[in-house]
Design a protein around this ligand. Structure first.
Ligand code: PMP
Length: 353
């Protein structure tokens, strides 16, 4: 009875999908939960360990996040008035949809990509128009620009999840200049790539502390937009969704010495990523170019990828399964050299069976 009261829009949404939890996998395969290794979440293998002040939690965080916005602005190299803080990049994406998309509007999404763009648009009663990337996963600017006519926003992930490649800045520039809408450039993996659209007039850049900064559990993300757009976005974001503890963690992570540690970790991850790529290639696999902390790997067929996925799962190793969406592909987060070695040996074993 009451289910009929749920908005039709919501009932029709294909929800976000993720792989099973570590607890569920452990239970299914008779493992201990801490034996399960997540190669599916694109998080950092390095721990963020900060001493933080736990006092004052009886009060709300500063709802303007002024201190954090200022620290982010210094990190980005922009004015703090351009920064919008949220509970992870995911909440920022919702805020963007709330700011631009009304019932019946459309927004363009360059696919295959992170599925939350479609979901946040659909939540608002909007329609996500998919513009496929080229066969090498490069952006199809011509089609994106064409589709932007009459749309409210264009969503581009750069570097792209799950393919790993980054568009040259020139191409993002061209898109921002020609698109008839704001261009949302999701730079969740910015630190691994180093190129940013922050200075493009028409761009709304989305970033996160969940990847290079090792703070996925803290849930802090931000947008950098024009001052005008940032002010509109701030009207529709929840006032206190980032906890005072998370604000303090993000502030700590932006302190000079911690930024330096983050950068060292990024360098280690990139070198480990290229080592892992070579290991995969030795197994005869096609590995797509990556400017992120993960690799998209193509197996012989959808069935082969599915078989590898299942066999890894039984060993407590969770890949992200794209075998049906991007034919024959699995995505692997770069972890520590020893974890990555276990992964490669497990795949080898599956092939030898
Ligand atoms: N954008 C992209 C491209 C991502 O891959 C992710 C997380 N996997 C997010 C946004 C969401 O990040 P957050 O943890 O900050 O919500």
């Amino acid at each position: 009875m009451t289910i009929e009261k749920v908005r039709k829009t919501v009932r029709e949404i294909a929800p976000y999908e993720w792989e099973a939890s570590s607890a569920a996998i452990a239970k299914r395969f008779g493992l201990r939960e801490n034996e399960v290794k997540r190669f599916d979440t694109n998080t950092s293998p390095f721990q963020a360990q900060f001493e933080i002040d736990e006092s004052g939690l009886n009060e709300y965080p500063d709802p303007s996040y002024a201190e954090l916005s200022q620290a982010i602005a210094e990190y980005v190299g922009c004015d703090a008035k351009r920064v919008v803080v949220g509970a992870g990049a995911d909440e920022i994406l919702e805020v963007i949809a709330k700011t631009f998309v009304d019932n019946g509007d459309s927004a363009v999404v360059s696919t295959p990509t992170y599925s939350m763009y479609r979901i946040v648009v659909e939540q608002m009663g909007g329609r996500a128009l998919s513009v496929p990337r080229e066969s090498d996963f490069s952006l199809d600017n011509r089609k994106l620009i064409e589709a932007s006519i009459g749309a409210k926003a264009v969503f581009v992930c750069n570097p792209n999840n799950p393919t790993g490649n980054a568009a040259p800045l020139e191409k993002i520039k061209e898109l921002c200049e020609a698109a008839q809408t704001p261009v949302v450039v999701d730079e969740a993996y910015y630190e691994f790539c180093g190129e940013t659209a922050v200075n493009e007039k028409n761009a709304i850049v989305v970033r996160t502390f969940s990847k290079a900064f090792s703070l996925a559990g803290a849930r802090v993300g931000y947008a950098v937009a024009s001052e005008e757009i940032a002010a509109e976005m701030n009207k529709v974001r929840p006032p206190n969704s980032v906890s005072a503890l998370s604000v303090r963690l993000a502030l700590k992570s932006l302190e000079k010495q911690n930024q330096a540690r983050m950068r060292e970790n990024v360098v280690k991850t990139i070198s480990e990523r290229e080592r892992l790529r070579r290991e995969f290639e030795k197994l005869g696999l096609l590995v797509y170019p990556s400017q992120t902390n993960f690799l998209l790997v193509k197996f012989e067929s959808e069935d082969a990828a599915q078989r590898v996925f299942e066999s890894l799962l039984a060993r407590g190793m969770v890949a992200r399964n794209f075998s049906r969406k991007i034919s024959g592909c699995l995505r692997f987060t770069v972890r520590s050299p020893s974890d990555d070695d276990l992964l490669v040996s497990a795949i080898k074993e599956v092939f030898e069976k």
